[in-house]
Design a protein around this ligand. Sequence first.
Ligand SMILES: NC(=O)CC[C@H](N)C(=O)O
Length: 322
Amino acid sequence: MPARKNSLQTDQIRSAVDAVVAEVEVIESFGKVIDHIAELSDLQINRFGICVVTADGDVVTGGEADHPFPIQSISKVFALTMALEAHGDDVWKRVGREPSGDPFNSIIDLERMKGVPRNPFINAGALVVVDMLLDREKPRHEDVAAFLAEHIGSDEFDVDPEIFDKEAKGGYTNRALANLAKSFDNFHHEVDDVLKVYVRQCAIALTCRQLALAGRYLMLAPPGGRKKTSIEEAHRVRRINSLMLTCGQYDGAGDFAYRVGLPAKSGVGGGILAVVPHVASIAVWSPGLDDNGNSLLGTIALERLSERLGWSVFGNLPPKDV
Ligand SMILES: NC(=O)CC[C@H](N)C(=O)O
C-alpha cells in the first residue's frame, strides 16, 4: 500500500486505534508479568499503550502511550542493526537466521549448534551480537542507547536502574549461554563485559511513542517518495524485517505471523514493535505475557489493528469501515 499524504488515512488509523483501545479495555485475560519485573513493582497487569507513526510522520497514540517500560528483547533489533552496519554479512558467520523452536533463553540448542546461536533474537544470539559490537571494528553508535537517541530524535529516556541491577546480579542463564558460546570460540570478549552491555540495553525504558519513533527506519521510505534510502540500507532493513517475522516472537512467531501478518519484535517488558513496510511503525505495551514471553494484550491489539486497517506483509486489504 503506497503511503499517501492523506488525512483520511490518518483519520482511519485514529479511529482504528480508538476502537482497539476500547476493545482491549474489556478483555479479561492478561497473561502474567515476568517474575523479576513483578517483584520490582506493583504494576497493574491490564495496562495498555499504543502508538502508530506513519511514513508521512503522523503520530497516533492510544492508552498509556507515554508510559515508559523496559524494552528488553526489542533492543536486540537495534543491536543487530548496529552489528550489520559495522560488520555486514560477517555477522552471519557467528549467528544463524533460523527460528529456534525453543524458548528464548534455551541452552540446549546452543550446544547442538556448537556455539552458533540459531538467530540473533534469542538470548544466545543477542549475546554474540553484543560481543561483536565490542570488537575493534566499532559500530557507528557507541551503544544501543546512542542508536536510539539518534533514531528517536531525543535522548530523554533512561536505563531502568532496578531492572539493570536485578538482571546484572542474576542473569545466570544468560551467563551460562555466554560461557557456552565462549567454550566454542564464538565469543571474543569477557563474559561479564558483554553481559553488562546486554543487560543495560535490555533495561532501557522507552514509551510506546518513543519506541514507534525509534522503529521508523524499519518501515523504509516509500519507493519514489521524497526521502531516499541507500540500496545498502534498504537491503539491510528488509533482511532485519524478515528475521523479525520469522524469529521475533520466539516460539510464537508462526502464530503471530498468522494472526498479525507483520514483522515484529517482542520483549518481556510487555512491549512489541511492529512494522508495516513503507506505511507505519507501531509500538504496543501491556505487561502481561503469554507462555512464549510475548505481550498477550499487545498481540491481540496488533491483531485487531492490522485486521481493521487491512495491514499485512502477505497482502494489504482495504481498511474496514471504522
Ligand atoms: N525475551 C526477553 O525480552 C528477554 C530479555 C531478558 N533481559 C533476558 O535476558 O532474559
